[in-house]
Write a protein that binds this ligand. Structure first.
Ligand SMILES: Cc1cc2nc3c(=O)[nH]c(=O)nc-3n(C[C@H](O)[C@H](O)[C@H](O)COP(=O)(O)OP(=O)(O)OC[C@H]3O[C@@H](n4cnc5c(N)ncnc54)[C@H](O)[C@@H]3O)c2cc1C
Length: 308
């Protein structure tokens, strides 16, 4: 049983999701190869080689993979797929774009967003916005899996294993990279942050999110939002947590002025400790909260910041 894990990176650094996907892979078997596709990714390959459980690393280092476009990266994965029984990538934007193409090209059914490995053929994945967990058994000879990285821990380190280059540069003939617009922030990335503080409709407007910023600065937290806050234009869409936003599972999640709709819970209920601040004692968020504060956020947020 040979397992191929597709590394998640931004050409600058390996993302922690890769280590978590290796953790998932290690529950399937012990022969784990990591593929690093990108441009100037030697350092990233080095980092991948030091994730505990990885047996070897393959690097496809070429300008054609600089943007990791799904179209040609999927072709590369298929080119290398022979002999692997499992192909895994994180259910990140990149993985969700690429892996269905890999599955289709291999004529396999993808199993998406697994949160647990039961055995080499059987996996658990959330359905109905996380309200039920399906146990899925696959008869495919090659399993194409995306992994909800937040459900797995980061692996420990090991002494670096062998890194081999592949001389494959699949040109992209159908699509062209035009530009990327990135939100630059000093704060940790929402999906990787150990602490997340999110604001909802109760924040009333975008300016009031400054009340969360002071606390986030003190806690080294990322700032998230409910969909209602995003739809109302308080904050940009990339801050949305939930079923149609980002899935987070930090050590500490602070929900401020968020009612706790199931679609929001789908994105944060696996957080280790949940704190809710809401003026309505009957708000559903209190049903999942470890600590609840029934209070007006405009009174308690400045106090909390001062106390911190
Ligand atoms: C298909 C689909 C997908 C969806 N995906 C998502 C998703 O990904 N993420 C998501 O978040 N939602 C999602 N939603 C929307 C979801 O159903 C809710 O509408 C949304 O989460 C509500 O956001 P909210 O809690 O900020 O707003 P509300 O439900 O309006 O809650 C605001 C809360 O703020 C409290 N509040 C008000 N003022 C104060 C104050 N001064 N101090 C303290 N508390 C105060 C209120 O008591 C209330 O509980 C989705 C919906 C659908 C149908």
């Amino acid at each position: 049983m040979k397992i191929l894990v597709i590394a998640d990176h931004d050409n600058g650094a390996l993302k922690p999701e890769t280590s978590k996907v290796v953790n998932a892979a290690s529950k399937i078997g012990s022969d784990i190869t990591v593929l690093v596709a990108g441009a100037n990714v030697a350092e990233i390959a080095n980092s991948a080689a030091q994730i505990a459980g990885v047996t070897n690393v393959i690097v496809a280092d070429d300008a054609v993979y600089a943007q990791q476009l799904a179209e040609n990266t999927a072709d590369l994965v298929v080119e290398l797929a022979s002999g692997y029984s499992h192909i895994l990538a994180s259910a990140s934007t990149t993985g969700k774009n690429m892996m269905p193409r890999v599955a289709a090209l291999l004529d396999k059914s993808q199993i998406s967003e697994i949160i647990a490995v039961v055995d080499e053929n059987t996996f658990k994945r959330p359905i109905y916005a996380g309200n039920a967990i399906a146990t899925v058994q696959s008869n495919e000879d090659v399993k194409v899996l995306t992994v909800r990285a937040s459900a797995f821990d980061v692996q420990a380190s090991q002494g670096a294993v062998a890194i081999n280059s592949v001389d494959s540069a699949v040109a992209n003939t159908t699509t062209e990279f035009v530009s990327v617009e990135q939100t630059m922030s000093e704060r940790p990335e929402l999906t990787a942050a150990a602490v997340v503080i999110s604001g909802g409709r109760g924040m009333q407007n975008g300016e009031n999110f400054a009340l969360l910023e002071g606390i986030a600065d003190k806690l080294g937290a990322a700032i998230g939002a409910s969909r209602a806050a995003v739809d109302a234009g308080f904050v940009p869409n990339d801050m949305q947590v939930g079923q149609t936003g980002k899935i987070v599972a930090p050590n500490l999640y602070i929900a401020v002025g968020i009612s706790g709709a199931i679609q929001h819970l789908a994105g944060m209920k696996d957080s280790k400790v949940i704190v809710a601040i809401n003026k309505d004692p009957d708000a559903p968020i209190f049903q999942v909260a470890d600590y609840g504060l029934v209070a007006d956020l405009f009174e308690v947020l400045p106090e909390l910041e001062k106390a911190l």
